[in-house]
Write a protein that binds this ligand. Structure first.
Ligand SMILES: CC(C)(COP(=O)([O-])OP(=O)([O-])OC[C@H]1O[C@@H](n2cnc3c(N)ncnc32)[C@H](O)[C@@H]1OP(=O)([O-])[O-])[C@@H](O)C(=O)NCCC(=O)NCCSC(=O)C[C@@](C)(O)CC(=O)[O-]
Ligand SMILES: NC(=O)C1=CN([C@@H]2O[C@H](COP(=O)(O)OP(=O)(O)OC[C@H]3O[C@@H](n4cnc5c(N)ncnc54)[C@H](OP(=O)(O)O)[C@@H]3O)[C@@H](O)[C@H]2O)C=CC1
Length: 411
């Protein structure tokens, strides 16, 4: 199918999305942490997905340490992070379509219960729409000149060589494509921002390698030489929350939404749409006063847990957890909720994605390997939406502290 046909299909699917759905036979979430709970949940997942998780379940010890090459130095062993599953999370996206059981690795009690509850509310409301809109990963080298005249001559030459830079990119990587270049001048400093599509990899390493190859060509051929240059100027937003990335894209930009009927908010979330909209307004004003980039509740919670489970670079939660949550009353007394994440740096190849438990977790989502990154990004959007709904429900109903007293402490 062409991109236009994909889009037409998505629009048709959104038009026909049901306003409600019945939950399938229960995922055994009610059984507390115990050997029996683990057995039941693994048996449930085996039946649903035909996966038996040899590494995650501990049946198979990890011994093939050669698989870690490229992932770590000075290795001594694996850190174990408790991992659970929430779901089903129902997603309608351009690539993610269906019900997913999402693995989350965390040591924060209440987190999975909260995301599970939000996912349940979204499921009953017909499932979340979650769409990956655009993508792009940047690297921003800086060049220093004696004066503006030299800088200008250099930049004019650079602008005339974009096609050559595209060719260099294609010889440095089979998958990276140079899509844009922007310049930023400050005194005698020039920052060039190269933006790429990085296939199914999250791409931070690829963009460094490709940009370095371009810079080597520039240094060898440009009519004017900079006094010095660095491969990264700290402008690209790599592992930092920045206003610039927030206003554009870094990685994938995803937006997700749901309409929650009033009765569902009352029954499942134990609050009201009015209270949730009121909480959202107050918390958004609080966020603005704090000087935060974006306005959201706890994207970092779900994303960090999913990133650990699936071998993403967890440090990229710095930028990935920036975004905007919106909660508004609908004309029939329900609640519209949306989340928008413009900086979702994720991949389904490369990085830590082929490590033993991480690969199993990506496979659980049907997201391991080539052709799966947009799907994975859309699942991230639906997960974050579920988390925003549940935490706002708890806070709006005055149940937040009690939940953490119950789930977040050893009894
Ligand atoms: C904890 C709940 C879910 C209770 O919620 P509840 O509605 O009182 O509980 P419930 O017993 O009636 O259960 C409702 C549903 O919750 C789920 N649920 C309930 N219990 C479990 C469990 N044991 N295991 C798995 N799922 C569970 C489950 O979906 C269940 O439905 P069921 O499946 O039974 O039909 C709710 O109060 C809640 O979501 N609270 C919010 C907690 C939260 O989101 N915390 C985020 C971490 S806080 C943080 O990191 C810092 C932050 C974000 O606060 C920073 C800041 O903003 O300042
Ligand atoms: N160097 C840096 O500046 C930084 C690096 N990192 C680290 O970089 C890693 C992430 O970088 P990333 O570039 O994603 O990972 P990798 O360095 O693992 O690069 C991806 C690799 O997968 C290959 N590949 C195979 N199939 C595909 C496909 N379908 N789509 C895309 N690539 C494919 C690429 O081929 P090919 O070789 O042809 O491109 C490349 O070799 C993480 O480990 C992260 O921690 C994080 C931040 C900064």
């Amino acid at each position: 199918m062409s991109a236009l046909q994909d889009l037409e299909q998505l629009l048709e699917d959104i038009k026909n999305k049901p306003a409600s759905k019945t939950l399938p036979e229960g995922f055994p979430s009610e059984i507390p942490v115990s050997l029996q709970g683990i057995r039941k949940r693994l048996a449930f997942l085996l039946e649903k997905t035909d996966m038996d998780f040899p590494y995650l379940s501990g049946q198979q010890p990890f011994s093939d340490v050669s698989r870690l090459e490229g992932n770590i130095e000075n290795y001594i062993g694996m850190s174990m992070v408790p991992t659970g599953v929430i779901g089903p999370v129902s997603v309608l996206g351009s690539m993610a379509k269906g019900d997913f059981y999402i693995p989350l690795a965390t040591s924060e009690g209440s987190l999975l219960a909260s995301y599970h509850r939000g996912a349940r509310a979204c499921y009953l409301a017909g499932g979340a729409t979650s769409v990956c809109l655009i993508d792009g990963v940047q690297r921003s080298p800086v060049f220093k000149f004696d004066n503006l005249g030299n800088l200008g001559t250099f930049l004019v030459w650079i602008i005339g060589h974009l096609d050559e830079f595209r060719r260099i990119t294609e010889s440095a990587s089979r998958y990276a494509r140079l899509t844009d270049m922007k310049s930023n001048i400050e005194g005698n400093h020039l920052i060039l921002t190269f933006e790429y599509h990085t296939g199914d990899a999250s791409g931070q390493n690829m963009v460094t390698i490709c940009t370095d190859a371009i810079c080597q060509y520039i240094i060898q051929n440009a009519p004017v030489q900079p006094r010095f240059w660095f491969i990264e100027s700290n402008f690209s937003g790599d592992k930092k929350a920045t206003s610039q990335s927030f206003a554009n894209v870094r990685g994938k930009k995803v937006t997700a939404e749901i309409m929650l009927p009033e009765k569902l908010v009352t029954d499942v979330l134990k609050t009201t749409p009015v209270a949730m909209a009121e909480y959202w307004r107050s918390s958004t004003i609080g966020t603005i006063q704090s000087g935060s980039i974006g306005a959201q509740g706890h994207y970092a919670n779900g994303l960090t847990a999913l990133f650990i489970a699936t071998g993403q670079d967890v440090a990229c939660v710095s930028e990935a957890s920036v975004g905007i949550t919106r909660m508004e009353l609908t004309s029939d007394g329900g609640l519209y909720v949306s989340v928008t994440l413009p900086n979702l740096i994720v991949g389904t190849v490369g990085g830590g994605t082929s490590l033993p438990t991480q690969k199993e977790c990506l496979e659980l989502l049907g997201c391991y390997g080539a052709g799966k990154t947009r799907k994975f990004a859309e699942i991230c959007g639906a997960l974050v939406l579920a988390g925003e709904i549940s935490i706002a429900a708890a806070l709006s109903a005055g149940r937040f502290t009690a939940a953490h007293q119950k789930f977040g402490r050893k009894r």
